[in-house]
Design a protein around this ligand. Sequence first.
Ligand code: NAP
Length: 485
Amino acid sequence: MTGREPRVIVIGAGVAGITTAYVLRERGFTDVTVLEKGSDVGGVWYWNHYPGLRCDVPSQVYQFGFAPKADWQHTWATGTAIQRYHRDVVDQLGLTSLIRLNTEVTDAEWDEQHRWTVTTAAGEQLIADFVICATGVLHHPFTPDIPGLADFAGPVVHTARWDDDLDTAGKRVAVIGTGSTGVQVVSALQPDAASIDHYVRSAQWILWAPMSFRQLPGVAAVLSRFPKLHRRIYRLMALGGSALLTDVTTRPSWRRRAVQAYARACLRILVRDKELRAKLEPDYQPLCKRQVISGSYYRAIRAANADLVTDGIAEVTPRGIRTADGAHRDADVIVLATGFHAHNYMRPMRLIGRNRIDIDDVWAKGPRAYRMTAIPGFPNLFTVLGPNSPTGSISLQYTSELTAGYIAQWLEKFRAGELTTIEVTDQATTRFNDDVATAMGPTVWNTGCNSWYLTEDGAVDLWPFDRTTMSAMLGSPDPADFHLG
Ligand code: NAP
């Protein structure tokens, strides 16, 4: 075989796509195109701009290892600041020319000539040797099927498609959903709303943290003056953070019990009203769902204009919401903080692999991949932040960089003429998923709560191992796990 430069199409320009573009460019790949359906880069930070949006991971950790930023304004950055950071990184690292915005991929099909045909919403067809899906996890908004919702007289807005012209000041606002988003949006809208009703189907444990804290004066100056020190601090924080999170989530330990005790203490100390506290107290262990962190929610929900509604929603009427007990509460605006179709990955894009198999059929019971990145039946296709990515424990930027580096090693083999096709075996994928299922046993995600971590067949779609195991699994390609052509 003679090698040649692979034509690579990356789908998505969020954290995973930006990282992949950077890593491939650094490895000398010259034919890389990133297709992004939005009109800007940033992924989740582009699509989400609801009031109160902040990242609950400290900014000095929630950033690319290859582009640390010294001058974050807040310890926990706002969504706007993070979105600006992504745009700046792309500009400053010279990635802009690789990215085509406003280009939605609708289809990708593998053919007999061993290549992918990628079709865009505009009908354009592009040919690639490799497709890398960096399409994100929490992307497609979930709208609940509540009777009457379509007939509500006022605006109904999903947080992930926020209407920036919507003014909720002085309005009666109903917020449905109590994940990280619902908690943030209630805290932000409560002060100016005439009233705010928070409809809570399952209560959430909330860890208190001073989220609006400003980065200490002098930190930015020191970190930019000493970039090596900055990188070292970043690495230490990322390592320490993932070690702690992996420890508390994946096995019972005193550290898990300590974090859980803190969650319980936050509720006890910050909510003195026993009736309200009882309604706010979940019936499952803290950390079982994606942990919610907030410095302002308990204050907001205690306010005189706020109500926590725990009776189930029976229907939406043109004027408001009727709960299962028959009570009707008027509303001017309904905010859906109801989350995402978290297991779609690249779908609803149509993805057709070898022998015309359809990803919808392969993943009918839930997404499965080999080490987050390869899927049997789909040659020359990889995912970055694919199934089992560590959204509950390890930095997504680190995971993206590691996965992109792993993929780059296969692309180098193509360039060197050592392979033209590569497809992971069923056996290796089954073995990996069996290991995942076994390792999920002692995790906190498996302790009896419902969450977006669970797939249709009840599997936990997360990473149950530590960072070292991830590095080992993605450090070097294991040819025995693949059909190479
Ligand atoms: P989510 O955690 O999936 O929460 C969705 C909420 O909607 C849940 O409370 C759910 O109740 C409720 N819900 C769904 N259908 C409902 C219905 N028919 N009636 C009543 N309630 C209904 O979604 P999210 O809050 O958007 O958060 C998703 C993830 O995004 C987070 O876990 C986090 O990973 C990420 N995020 C991060 C940040 C950050 O600061 N870094 C901020 C926002 C989001 P049940 O629990 O009963 O199903």
